[in-house]
Design a protein around this ligand. Structure first.
Ligand code: FA5
Length: 330
């Protein structure tokens, strides 16, 4: 019968439809509003009632059967399309499994470790002190009495403990000089790296919490030449021989004479790294060391700024943004 062959032919075409578009077109042309079978329904009117009924039932069944096949094929094609999409979006995680990325020390920690290595290589030992200090260690023993204008220049962060302005986050690592000299007889050769704090607003060259490394030498017959030589050897070991150093006269109450030291930059300029000088006799005396017998030099510089120089960063704040993509490079 004609209907059976239409159904068989259309079923075969449905099975062959390669994508949803082809399937939709086929559906429209067979059982759609203007499709072949739908048009056949309209022809039923010309038949006798009995014949019309039988032909109508047969047509409805045929259309239902085809409609089911369209639905089946449609879900087959949708599943295939989904599988293709998933395959194209598949992530190959085998690399992550085979190549485990280890973390590493932060670049400020790396700089600090290297600094320690360089100074230990020169015969220094590493000392430490607390981050919360009393006014005695942070200021007074360092020849900065309460009335001294230099006290204001340290932009100190005070802690709400005891007498007002007597307990603070250390504003430099110089208090470790005092703690060391109180506990150790000369000769003394120490470096003391650690965190320091000031009310400084963060900008390209400042952080409110930063790191310094203090150096202290107390021995017989020590002078400015020893200081200059030590700094030069350190800079060469840390940065390489192309870098030059210079000392500029400066002022710190705990050293006399005092200097600021700079290193040469790639663009021909100079960058201030820290302060230094010959230990003031009052400071030695405050720690029970006879300034007639012993002399010393001290220095203190910013480790974060050293890291900025060594790794050629544009902005010191990069060090504390904790952007893993940035940190991974070092
Ligand atoms: C001092 O802190 C002295 N205690 C240094 C010293 C020690 C002098 C021993 C003599 C003898 P000053 O305030 O200049 O000095 O700070 C020293 C260095 O710390 C600066 O040169 C800079 O490298 C670093 N530094 C200071 N403030 C900041 C800051 N807010 N952020 C990052 N680095 C800083």
């Amino acid at each position: 019968m004609e209907l059976t062959s239409i159904v068989d032919g259309t079923s075969a075409q449905i099975a062959d439809a390669g994508d949803l578009e082809a399937l939709d077109a086929l559906e429209r042309s067979s059982i759609g509003k203007k499709g072949e079978l739908t048009l056949k329904k309209k022809e039923l009117g010309s038949l006798e009632p009995d014949a019309r009924k039988a032909a109508g039932q047969a047509l409805n069944e045929a259309m239902r059967a085809l409609s089911d096949r369209f639905a089946e094929r449609r879900s087959e094609l949708a599943a295939a399309a989904e599988a293709t999409r998933l395959a194209s979006e598949r992530l190959d995680l085998t690399e992550a499994l085979t190549e485990i990325r280890r973390g590493h020390a932060h670049l400020v920690t790396q700089a600090r470790d290297r600094l320690e290595d360089v100074f230990v290589g020169m015969g220094f030992t590493v000392a430490e002190g607390p981050e919360v200090e009393s006014a005695w260690y942070n200021f007074e023993a360092l020849n900065i009495p309460e009335w001294h204008p230099a006290r204001g220049s340290f932009d100190t962060i005070f802690v709400d403990l005891g007498e007002p302005e007597q307990v603070m986050l250390r504003s430099h690592t110089s208090p470790v000089q005092i703690r060391t000299m109180e506990n150790q007889k000369p000769p003394i050769y120490i470096v003391a790296p650690g965190r320091t704090f000031r009310t400084d607003t963060a900008d390209a060259t400042h952080l409110p919490a930063f790191n310094q490394i203090e150096g202290l030498v107390v021995d017989r017959g020590i002078g400015l030449g020893d200081l200059a030589g030590t700094i030069e050897s350190f800079v060469h070991a840390f940065f390489g021989h192309e870098v030059k150093t210079r000392l500029r006269p400066s002022y710190f109450p705990f050293t006399e004479p005092s200097a600021e030291f700079d290193i040469s930059t790639a663009d021909g300029g100079w960058l201030e790294l820290g302060g230094c000088g010959v230990v003031h006799p009052n400071v030695l005396a405050n720690c029970g060391i006879d300034p007639e017998e012993w002399q010393g030099f001290a220095f203190g510089f910013g480790i974060d700024r050293l890291a900025v120089m060594r790794y050629q960063l544009d902005d010191i704040r990069e060090l504390v943004n904790n952007d893993v993509r940035f940190l991974r490079q070092f």
